[in-house]
Structures are given as C-alpha cells and as structure tokens.
Design a protein around this ligand. Structure first.
Ligand code: SF4
Ligand code: SF4
Length: 205
C-alpha cells in the first residue's frame, strides 16, 4: 500500500496561508511549478536529469504542449493527484517531486539538485519518517533520490547508498543485530545478478 495512507497525511493547515489553495485541491494545476521538467531524464531529446528542459517557457508552461513526449504526458506527481496535499507540498515549494514507483508500494522523493537538503526540513522530514513506518512491516519503502545518492528512509535510521544503476536491484529488510532487529539496504549490481544466474547459486538475504 502506498505510504501516503499512513497516519499523518500532509493535511491542509487552516492556519496556513496555503489553506485556501488546499481547499481548492480538486482544481489543482501545476501553476508555476515545472520541477518534473528538471529532475527527470527525457530520453526523447536526451535531456539529462537535473537540467531544466529547454522547452520550459519563461512565462511558465511547456513550449511544445500538445507535442510534448509521451513520458511527459503520462506524468503527474503525487501533489497534483492528491487533493489532501496542501500547497506546501507543491514540488517547486517543497523542493522535491513525489511519485510512486511502478511496484505501487515504493514512494520516491526526487530531490531538486539545487535544493539538496529541502527534504530534511522539519515539516517535510517528519512526514517522510511517518510514511517510512511501512518499511519494517514489509509493506512499502520510502526512497529519497538526492544528488549525492540514495537514502532508504526507515523509522530508525536513514540508510545511504550509491544511486543504483539501471538493472541493479535494491535489497532491503530487517536483520538481527546486537541491539535487536535493525534495517538493512544494499544494492546488488546487475553484473552480479547475471553471474549468480549463470552459477545457479541462490542469493541469501
Ligand atoms: S512536478 Fe507536479 S506540479 Fe510540478 S509541473 Fe510536474 S506534475 Fe506539475
Ligand atoms: S517537453 Fe514540456 S512537459 Fe516535457 S519536460 Fe519539456 S517542458 Fe516539460
């Protein structure tokens, strides 16, 4: 289940200047945000992640709207999709884009490389930690894709790894330690997986 369903949703804050925008959540539009046009690769024209797409218009919006790549047409961040996420969570405000990975249980936090620590601000970090409570129960994962690498967020600690490459597999879980169960995370490189398949040796968790 998507971690967004855990206890503390980023509910609208009636004391916040953004409350009015939150009440109109069903009318959400991207507005001045174009962070997804920055943080992702767009293979159609070899745009690399971290660089703003050349088609972003200075006055806002997409300069090739209607002819924009399918990958752009298909993408909607969680802020846009979820009525209960208030304006503080709009990606250009919070400094990261939220999405669910194709497995339906991993919440990805894709960080703006120009604001690498935005996700650590108390308001956001507290909620991200609450979402991560699904991890020890093996019900989901929260991953932060930061410029310096990947964080597997867990309620106990944030595990830092080198960003996996295409084909690598992320293994996570809980393992015994002197102090009881603790979370682990490791990246199995694609080449190792190929070798294992060749050897026919099963992997130990
Ligand atoms: S990150 Fe979300 S709100 Fe921002 S432009 Fe993309 S879809 Fe719209
Ligand atoms: S083509 Fe348009 S929607 Fe796609 S990344 Fe560029 S500006 Fe954004």
């Amino acid at each position: 289940m998507f971690p967004h369903a855990t206890r503390k949703a980023p509910a609208s804050d009636s004391a916040s200047p953004h409350a009015a925008a939150s009440r109109r959540a069903d009318l959400k539009v991207c507005g001045e945000c174009h962070l997804c046009c920055k943080v992702y690769d767009i293979p159609d024209f070899e745009k690399k992640a971290g660089r703003v797409c050349q088609h972003v218009r200075t006055e806002g919006g997409c300069g090739v709207w209607g002819l924009h790549p399918q990958i752009c047409q298909d993408f909607k961040c969680l802020w846009l999709k979820h009525a209960d996420m208030n304006a503080l969570w709009r990606p250009d405000v919070c400094g990261f884009v939220l999405r669910v990975e194709p497995n339906g249980t991993t919440l990805a936090v894709d960080v703006d490389p120009d604001r690498p620590d935005a996700w650590r601000q108390a308001h956001y970090y507290e909620q991200i930690k609450l979402w991560s409570e699904v991890m020890p129960k093996n019900e989901g994962l929260v991953l932060v894709y930061a410029p310096e690498g990947l964080y597997v967020v867990t309620p106990m600690e944030d595990l830092f790894l080198k960003t996996p490459r295409r084909g690598d597999v992320l293994e996570t879980g809980m393992e015994p330690s002197l102090f009881g169960l603790r979370p682990f995370a490791r990246v199995v490189p694609a080449r190792e997986r190929r070798r294992e398949r060749f050897d026919g040796v099963p992997r130990r968790a």
